[in-house]
Structure formats: structure tokens, C-alpha cells
Design a protein around this ligand. Structure first.
Ligand code: F0G
Length: 353
């Protein structure tokens, strides 16, 4: 059988695992790098999309979770805990049950997309909905991890970032070198740090000739790093990145500064417009948070920051099917009338006759 073996087997020598580690995998990673024709035309750059919605639970979180859960299994842990805006909980639930562990997940009540809630519930997580924000959830799980026999699998656990850095390896392996620019959304700020680590490792080991500038994008209503201050009540339609006090704040600033990059904000309007364009022009349906990097590219072009001719990779972090409510709220569904089951009527409504 020839198939992708998951990020631990594909990049074993670059990950904190040993021969004794029981590998818990669902075949994560190996995601497509898709040439973005429309975005390239719009910007005069060579734009690629790293489509992380193609991971087993529909987001990039699976890359880190395979490592975190494998090491938890090796340590003999019986239960894992995480705080989440939805994707981490979906991923933790799937990988934990696969390893025979109990997943315990804390989410901000009423603030996560339904698809993600369904994933946690159907995988059999013990779900605790908190009357509070993601940041409250994260504070509580850190305390639980210290005081109870549960392993913490949020990205404050450094092995999560080790797994997530494999996406940077895949980009270099596919392009033959690092790009000029790497754009991605920033929420709890782990992923930008993970990519930066991956790119630096490849450059150090001469598997790439350079590192890219890292450009991160927060939602305007949840942009603590851009503002330089904690946001007490973060708010954005992009619920996945509704984070007011990112755990990896300083790592994200280091990725920005060491790479000569930027962390900027984009509005919900820009995010929803980018989600729509990406789906309608490129054929790639992502959740709102995942469109923040694309919104950022178009924003950068409009602001004149984007050097023409750059090779640009944008990580689109999660699948559009996770949050169909927000997508449908912004789509023209009700403009499509219910039509009699009659070919002539359909031809008229469809504008064919
Ligand atoms: N995109 C999506 C779809 C996410 O779910 C997240 C984070 C991010 C981007 C931002 O990545 O936190 O590493 O800066 N989701 C976390 C969660 C917070 O709980 O699922 P980050």
C-alpha cells in the first residue's frame, strides 16, 4: 500500500518521538498546495494555498494532535484536556478516543461553530460549555492540567507546535524552497510560531536556501498583538480566532520580528469577502477564520505593502463545512426560489430560456 503515513512517520527524525512511542495517527498532513490563479492575477504574485481543511478532522490542529496524543499515550495518560474555539477540541476528541483516552474539552458556550461542536460530541468527548471566553477556558484547563491527572493538549504544550511545524516542511518540499512570504491567520498564536520553527529548521539544515517573511492576520475585533494589549471582550464572526490573550503571544512576535514580517488585522467584512472569493473563484471553501490570510493578502495589495512577483503561500487553516451557519448568513440562498418540478420552469429560472 502506498499512502502518506501521517506526519510522525513522514518526519520522524525531526519530531520529539522515539522508537517506543505508540504512533496515534489518522494520516494527517500531506495536504495539497493548490495554485491560486485568481489571487495570483489579482496581486501579480505567485500565490499558493496550503489547504489544511484536508486534514482528518478538517483543520491543521491534527498535525500537532498526533504528536501530543502519541506522547500522552506513551506516558500512560488516561485523559486529556483542552480549551478550544472548536477545532482543537474536534481534533483532540478524535485522536484521544483513537488512543483509548477520555477527551475533556472546555469551550466558550454559544461561541463555537456547530460543525465543530458536532465533532466533539460524536467522537465522545466530555464537553464542558463555559459561561466565559476562550481565554477563561484556557486559564481553567491550565489549572486542571496542574492539579488533576489529565494531560494538557493545547498549544501551550510545546509538542503541539512540533507537529504543526511539519506544514512548513511540506511547503518547502513541494516548492523546492521556502516562499518569499507566508501568510496565515493568528488566534492563540501557536501556528505562526510553529511554521517559523519549521522554516528555520529547514534553512539551518540546508533543505531551503532562505526563510520567508511571516505575515500573520488577526480579526480586527480580536487583535491583541496588533494593539499591543489584551482584548477583554474579543469579538469576530471568525469564532476560531476569537482570542483576547493569546498563549503564544511572545512566540508570535518573535516569528514576526526575526522573519522581518508583520502582524496586522483585517475586518470581518474583509474576512467574509475573502471567504466568498476563495470559494467562488478558486473552488476552495474555508471557514471564516481561515480566510483571514487571504483577506490579509488582498489588504496588503491594496495598501501597497506587497512586493510584486513574490512567491506567497497562504495557509487556509480549516474546512468551510465546519461553520455553514456563518457562510449561509452571508450567501444569497433565499434569492434562489423554490421552483415547480418542471423542466421549462427550471430553464426559465436558471436563465436558460
Ligand atoms: N484558523 C483556525 C481555523 C483555527 O481554529 C485557529 C485556532 C487558528 C486559525 C489560529 O491558530 O491559534 O495557532 O494562532 N484555533 C484554536 C482552537 C484557538 O481552539 O481550535 P493559532
Amino acid at each position: 500500500v502506498h499512502q502518506w503515513r501521517g506526519v510522525i512517520e513522514e518526519y520522524r527524525d525531526r519530531l520529539p518521538v522515539s522508537a517506543d512511542t505508540p504512533v496515534v495517527t489518522l494520516g494527517e498532513g500531506g495536504t495539497p498546495l493548490v495554485a491560486a490563479q485568481w489571487l495570483s492575477e489579482q496581486t501579480g504574485c505567485e500565490v499558493w494555498l496550503k489547504v489544511e481543511g484536508n486534514n482528518p478532522t478538517g483543520s491543521f490542529k491534527d498535525r500537532g494532535m498526533t504528536v501530543a496524543i502519541s506522547l500522552a499515550a506513551q506516558a500512560g495518560d488516561k485523559a486529556v484536556v483542552c480549551a478550544s474555539t472548536g477545532n482543537t477540541s474536534a481534533s483532540a476528541a478524535a485522536y484521544a478516543v483513537r488512543a483509548g483516552m477520555l477527551p475533556l474539552v472546555l469551550i466558550p458556550a454559544g461561541r463555537i461553530a456547530k460543525g465543530k461542536l458536532a465533532q466533539a460530541v460524536v467522537h465522545g468527548a466530555k464537553l464542558v460549555q463555559i459561561d466565559g471566553s476562550f481565554d477563561d477556558c484556557l486559564r481553567i484547563v491550565r489549572e486542571l492540567g496542574k492539579n488533576y491527572p489529565v494531560a494538557l493538549v493545547n498549544s501551550v504544550n510545546p509538542v503541539r507546535l512540533e507537529g504543526q511545524k511539519t506544514a512548513a516542511f511540506e511547503v518547502c518540499d513541494a516548492l523546492g524552497d521556502a516562499p518569499d512570504l507566508h501568510l496565515l491567520p493568528v488566534g492563540n498564536a501557536g501556528n505562526i510560531a510553529a511554521y517559523w520553527k519549521g522554516y528555520q529548521e529547514y534553512a539551518k539544515d540546508k533543505l531551503a536556501t532562505r526563510t520567508p517573511k511571516m505575515w500573520g492576520f488577526q480579526a480586527a475585533g480580536a487583535a491583541p498583538i496588533v494593539r499591543g494589549a489584551i482584548v477583554e471582550r474579543p469579538d469576530t464572526l471568525a469564532t476560531a480566532i476569537r482570542v483576547g490573550n493569546p498563549a503564544s503571544w511572545t512566540l508570535a512576535e518573535a516569528a514576526r520580528d526575526e522573519s522581518g514580517g508583520r502582524i496586522e488585522s483585517v475586518t470581518d467584512e474583509q474576512i467574509m469577502a475573502a471567504q466568498g472569493e476563495l470559494a467562488a473563484r478558486e473552488g476552495v471553501f474555508v471557514e471564516p477564520a481561515s480566510a483571514a490570510g487571504v483577506a490579509g493578502l488582498l489588504h496588503a495589495k491594496a495598501q501597497g505593502w506587497l512586493p510584486g512577483g513574490s512567491t506567497v503561500v497562504i495557509t487556509v487553516t480549516g474546512h468551510g463545512l465546519k461553520d455553514i451557519d456563518t457562510a449561509l448568513d452571508h450567501a444569497a440562498v433565499d434569492k434562489s426560489p423554490v421552483t415547480p418540478a418542471d423542466t421549462d420552469a427550471v430553464a426559465r429560472v436558471a436563465g436558460l430560456s
